[in-house]
Design a binder for this molecule. Structure first.
Ligand code: ADP
Length: 794
């Protein structure tokens, strides 16, 4: 007998033979008799070891949720037999124990039979209760059946709904297939479908439309893509696609160039979607290629335009055409030029660039052009942000939209401050030059290479109208205009061509007679070449009438002097020639006198005769010397090669006796051979050598040295002696006729020798001079310039 609880379980067995009695730790303490039939050995074990809690289904059963499910429908399943028990838990508060009261149910009598139970086990004593239990069990079965039926119905409904859905899905699939077909036909994009695993490739109708190739449904055309993509894009696109296939991304998009049937490349945008298997491996790609050539070209053109406008040297400024013309764009050249930053200028009116000295007339014209929506070009002074003015070449152009509405103004500006100041400087310089040219007292004309006037100064043509008229005309036009002969124009033309051909100045003198007065103009034509090209020819004429007059007078004076000189020379010649005869007579009669009457004369008388004869001799010598002097330059002999060495030898021979007497030495370097008149050359050397011998120092043997040097234009000869020398005060005088430094008792002579040498040297265009130290010697130098006849003779 179990007395665990206060009531007797026997009683309980009578009413609920399938009871279970367990404590709060879920350990079974007792069980009904019928229960023990179907779940033997359950006593003493945790309830969940022998029973499974089917309803409610709770993962972990503990004291807490056990209480919560008391008085609710409990279904327990006996672990090994699978028999279901339906009942409820009761909590016995007095000892915190639990009671399960329930009963098993079966779907059929067969199941009941297999369980080993019989009806008695359900109601051991009360048949009514038994019956009730059976009925209630049946009811439960019914309830479950009903539930089952409901579930079946629900599933049926769900099935029919899914069937409907499946149908509608297949319909929409077909529709979408059709749509795909139509899209494929309608679209201008080339749709492609590539099976990555098999390599099969299909192209939609758009492929033909886009690239012009006939449609080919051969699936083995995946390599077409590689063939037709631009070689420069192939590597980039191939890599991008490989990376994409390996990645876990769905979408792929690239732009590249693709070869069309006509041989041109189209820019395409290719977008695709990849289908991956459950492992994420890409198995199929569907994409669409779109021809974006036009867009790309526009983009490139825009880019180019943008870069051009941004980088152009000229400032670009765009204003809106709306009221107030706010500036909406300026390029960096503008900000550099004006000093304004973008923030400072955008939104402002371009008037911000004007200042106190902006030219109002130009601005007025600009305003008019803007009102008329017309382009306008001008140069204008603008002001920088710092107030500094600058000149711009300014061009403004209206911009219209498709509906021909004015939307913007574009203005392009170039800084011409430097050019402007250069221009101003050039204008100033030009004026300066013209002022000078106009004020020079000379005709000045500048011709272009075709001999047309491009400039004439005031002096050349006084009348300003005529001066203006003649520009771009030539001398023939002028002759025609003036109705005068072409002769002068023709002459000038010839001279012009001569100057250009010679590439050097041509000079001539024009002679005019005006008001019975002669005028002489010295004219020059100077051709100016640059890099070998004739640029212009400058002609100028200087009035040389005065100079010419002086020249004429001088020439006349020279001529008259020459005449007088000639007459004088003639006189000297005639006089000396004619004097010889009476002199001879004087001499011969004196000689006769001496012979015949000498014996009757005393010594004084003889002395007188001697002086008279001596005087007559000297006079003869003077006359001879004078004759010689006057003959200088009057040579009848031709020029020939004069070997100076020979001449010196001849002179030596002539003076042989004197040389021997004095023990003199005459030495000379090899001397040149000259083209000259021999006689005066000989005379020249002879006079100098004989002086050298004559003016020797008493106790010193004379030594005369002749030498010659040459520079770039002349020979310079030296005849040097070791004689008595000359005081420097006489260096000039001794070359004057009749000038002697000694009396004839000391040294004989007429004082004409050096005058003759001077005349000969000067006649040949040279000079003669002396250097001397008294008591030690003199050196006579004379130069003979080269002339076309003698310079190459050595
Ligand atoms: P002349 O010898 O007949 O007097 P020149 O005209 O030859 O006339 O010379 C003028 C003068 O110059 C000479 O009287 C002499 O006083 C001086 N003179 C010329 N040659 C020499 C010389 N070699 N040495 C010194 N005095 C000279």
């Amino acid at each position: 007998m179990k007395h665990i609880i206060e009531f007797d379980t026997v009683d309980l067995n009578n009413v609920f033979p399938f009871f279970l009695f367990f404590n709060a730790d879920l350990k079974i303490l007792d069980a009904g008799n019928s229960m023990l039939k179907i779940a033997p050995n359950c006593i003493g074990k945790p309830i969940l070891e022998s029973y499974e809690l089917v309803r409610p289904h709770i993962e972990v059963l503990d004291r807490q949720n056990l209480r919560g499910i008391c008085h609710k429908l409990i279904i327990l399943k006996i672990q090994n037999s699978g028999i279901m028990l339906r009942g409820q838990f009761e909590h016995l508060k007095m000892n915190d124990h639990f009671l399960f009261v329930g009963s098993p149910w079966f779907e059929s009598a067969k199941e009941l039979e297999l369980s080993g139970l019989n009806l008695r086990d359900f109601a051991p004593h009360n048949p009514l209760i038994d019956l009730l239990h059976v009925l209630s069990a049946q009811q439960v079965v019914n309830l479950e059946l009903k539930e089952l039926l409901e579930r079946v119905n629900k599933q049926k409904n769900e099935l029919s709904a899914s069937q409907k859905m499946l149908k509608s899905m297949s319909e929409s699939l077909e529709e979408s297939n059709n749509r795909y077909k139509y899209v494929n036909k309608a679209t201008s994009e080339a749709i492609w479908d590539w099976n990555i695993e098999t390599g099969e490739m299909y192209y939609g109708d758009g492929y033909q439309k886009l690239f012009g190739y006939p449609i080919n449904q051969d699936p083995n055309q995946s390599n077409l893509w590689e063939i037709r993509i631009h070689p420069d894009d192939l590597e980039r696109i191939g890599r991008s696609m490989d990376e994409y296939i390996k990645s876990n991304h769905d979408q792929w998009e690239e732009e590249y160039r693709y070869l069309k049937a006509d041989g041109e490349y189209a820019f395409v945008s290719d977008k695709s979607y990849i289908i991956r298997n459950t492992e994420g491996k890409g198995i199929r790609m569907i994409g669409s290629m779109q021809d974006i050539t036009k867009r790309k070209r526009e983009e490139q053109a825009l880019k180019l335009m943008d870069s051009t406008v941004t980088n152009i040297q000229e400032s670009v400024l765009i204003t809106s055409a709306e009221k107030g013309h706010p500036i909406i764009y300026v390029n960096s050249a503008f900000t550099r030029m004006s000093g304004y930053t973008l923030d400072e200028i955008i939104g402002k009116n371009p008037k911000i660039l004007q200042g106190p000295d902006s030219d109002q007339i130009t601005l007025e014209k600009l305003k008019k052009a803007i009102e008329n929506h017309a382009s306008f070009e001008t140069s204008i002074m603008n002001y920088k942000k710092n107030g500094q003015p600058y000149w711009v070449q300014f061009y403004i152009n209206p911009v219209f939209d498709n509906q021909n509405n004015l939307t913007h103004w574009i203005s392009i500006q170039r800084d011409i401050t430097e050019i402007k100041s250069m221009n101003d400087e050039m204008v100033r310089q030009k004026k300066f030059n013209e002022d000078i040219l106009n004020n020079i007292p000379a005709d000045i004309a500048v011709f272009d290479p075709d001999h047309r006037y491009i400039f004439l100064n005031q002096y050349a043509i006084k009348n300003p109208e005529l001066r203006k008229w003649i520009i771009n005309k030539n001398d023939f036009d002028y002759a025609e205009y003036r109705g005068i002969s072409n002769e002068l124009a023709g002459k000038r033309w010839g001279l012009f061509e001569q100057a250009v051909e010679k590439k050097s100045t041509v000079q001539w003198i024009d002679e005019h007679t005006k008001d019975n007065k002669k005028n002489f103009i010295l004219r020059n034509l100077y051709p100016y070449f640059e890099d070998g090209h004739l640029k212009f020819v400058i002609g100028y004429g200087i009035d040389i009438t005065e100079r010419k007059m002086i020249e004429i007078q001088l020439n006349e004076a020279v001529q008259s002097v020459k005449k007088i000189n000639d007459e004088l020379e003639q006189f000297a010649y005639v006089a000396s020639h004619d004097l010889q005869e009476p002199l001879r007579m004087v001499t011969s009669f004196l000689t006769q006198l001496d012979k015949k009457y000498g014996v009757n004369l005393d010594d004084r008388g003889k002395e007188y005769i001697h002086y008279a004869v001596d005087g007559a001799k000297r006079m003869r010598q003077i006359i001879l010397d004078l004759l010689e002097y006057s003959r200088v330059g009057k040579v009848n002999e031709p020029m020939r090669d004069v070997v100076l060495d020979e001449i010196i030898e001849e002179i030596k021979l002539l003076h042989q006796e004197q040389i021997n007497e004095l023990g003199a030495d005459i030495i000379f370097d090899p001397l040149p051979t000259l083209k000259a008149h021999r006689t005066p050359m000989r005379q020249l050397f002879q006079n100098l050598i004989s002086n050298g011998l004559k003016y020797h120092r008493k106790e010193v043997k004379p030594e005369i040295k002749i030498s010659c040097i040459q520079n770039d234009k002349e020979w310079i000869f030296t005849v040097a002696d070791n004689g008595i020398g000359i005081e420097s005060g006489y260096f000039e005088k001794i070359f004057t006729i009749f000038q002697r430094l000694h009396n004839r008792e000391e040294y004989s002579g007429t004082g004409i020798g050096l005058a003759v040498t001077k005349k000969i040297v000067e006649y040949m265009g040279g000079k003669i001079w002396v250097e001397s130290v008294p008591g030690s010697g003199s050196s006579f130098f004379f130069s003979i310039p080269f002339n076309s006849d003698n310079e190459n003779l050595g």
